[in-house]
Design a protein around this ligand. Structure first.
Ligand SMILES: *Cc1c(COP(=O)(O)O)cnc(C)c1O
Length: 427
């Protein structure tokens, strides 16, 4: 399959080139030239297949021509090797727990697949690459773990100083080796802009840059798998509504991709914190990013989501089409704490601040006859101070404690592109 740029100023490329280049030269995003539709009997087959096999089946049509089937199977089975349980809270309400991977957030799904694809392409071409990744909290950790000690790959992670949780910071600053953390005096959007500028800078061509953000199709597309996995596990499969705590909109647009491929999902809710550019867009029709606000759900502190263009592409740039499938929802910090407390008192279920926004949106927006699934996007242990504010209980996994004792190593830089560029040229 070929991939085109959403700005349509450059030629279509193979899966391999789209992954390695990550960002097309015309500053669009890569998008598959056709959406592979799954036969309806595939839904019946779902009950018998493993997560690895599901990943292979869904991704194979897109990787054809770049990764031989047998190799892809191996990659998928290795990458998708942890549990993604759908937990019933009763009352036609489910939590899809995406935090059982090695770094305790859904980013593991895409990061592990991408790391293996790039590793395969690099070995085949004897190429070295430098991965740039901007993180609002969880991507950095997942990418650091996914790429640690992968030969031929160096990783530079940019994160907003003081705006990620302590555990998230430890995850991305303590591995060392081929992983370097840059602590940027700015917001996530500043980090994302620096990365995008570096990709478009012809002076840096020789560095072999790739991106591990959801702008990369090999990070973005695998995330559609767990929507199928949720469907497989749901008792009540009719009128499923997915509520997705959203920041950069990679997760929700991958769910929409699943729907376009044939998964019977009724509709989606974009659950956001005070950084609510998409919910406002859905109401006014104006895309109007405002300065980023720092919130309790820090992984969603994004004001100009990259994947907005993929949302437009999926619905042929027609707001009326988008509105048939998508509703917006916004929750401030105080209401997020109340939602966390509500989850505990009503269902005895511990919600992290991100999942809590997804949960609350279903409480407010689910219609009679619908079944709601919210995505629990990260483990509560990553947000200890907020959990305490909400008086929520949670058990810190053993890994968290040992991680907290490790020494942070980061390099402070400003948000000026010239500083970042000179760092990269001397790196
Ligand atoms: C990354 C992240 C999000 C937002 O996902 P997007 O794909 O950027 O919309 C939500 N919650 C958590 C915990 C995250 O790590």
């Amino acid at each position: 399959m070929k991939f085109y740029s959403t700005n349509k100023q450059v030629q279509e490329v193979s899966f391999e080139d789209a992954v390695v280049q990550s960002l097309p030269e015309d500053n669009g995003l890569y998008f598959p030239s056709s959406i592979h539709e799954i036969d309806s009997d595939f839904l019946e087959k779902l009950s018998d297949i493993s997560l690895g096999e599901l990943g292979y089946e869904l991704l194979n049509p897109y990787c054809e021509g770049s990764i031989p089937s047998e190799k892809l199977k191996e990659i998928a089975y290795e990458a998708f090797n942890f549990d993604i349980p759908l937990v019933s809270l009763g009352d036609k309400l489910y939590s899809l727990e995406l935090f059982h991977g090695p770094t305790y957030a859904f980013k593991d799904v895409g990061a592990r697949f991408l790391a293996r694809c790039l590793g395969y392409f690099n070995t085949k071409q004897s190429r070295e690459s430098l991965i740039l990744v901007a993180t609002s909290g969880d991507t950095g950790g997942a990418v650091a773990a996914g790429f640690h000690n992968v030969p031929g790959v160096k990783v530079v992670i940019l994160y907003p100083s003081g705006k990620v949780s302590e555990l998230q910071e430890k995850q991305l600053t303590t591995l060392g080796g081929n992983i370097t953390a840059l602590e940027v005096d700015g917001t996530f959007d500043d980090c994302q802009d620096l990365v995008k500028k570096a990709f478009l800078d012809s002076d840096l061509k020789s560095l072999g840059l790739s991106s591990a953000n959801s702008i990369n199709i090999a990070r973005w597309m695998p995330q559609s798998i767990y929507f199928w996995w949720a469907y497989k596990q749901a008792q009540d499969k009719n009128n499923l509504v997915f509520s997705i705590p959203s920041g950069n909109y990679g997760n929700i647009t991958s769910g929409m991709l699943a729907k376009k491929m044939g998964l019977p999902i009724k509709r989606f809710i974009a659950a956001s914190n005070a950084n609510d550019v998409i919910p406002r867009y859905l109401i006014t029709g104006q895309y109007d990013p405002r300065p980023t606000v720092h919130t309790y759900s820090n992984a969603m502190d994004v004001n100009n989501p990259s994947n907005y263009v993929r949302l437009l592409e999926l619905y042929h740039h027609k707001l009326e089409n988008i509105l048939k499938d998508l509703e917006g929802f916004q929750l401030d910090d105080e209401a997020t704490l109340r939602a966390m407390q509500d989850g505990l008192s009503r269902y005895n279920y511990t919600l992290d601040p991100h999942g809590a926004i997804g949960y609350n949106s279903l409480q407010k927006k689910l219609a009679p006859g619908e079944t709601g699934v919210f995505l629990e996007t990260a483990h509560p242990c990553k947000f200890a101070p907020i959990m305490e504010k909400a008086n929520a209980k949670w058990t810190p996994p053993a890994f968290a404690e040992s991680l907290m004792n490790r020494k942070k190593q980061s390099i402070l830089i400003s948000r000026k592109y010239d500083d970042f560029k000179s760092f990269l040229t001397e790196f």
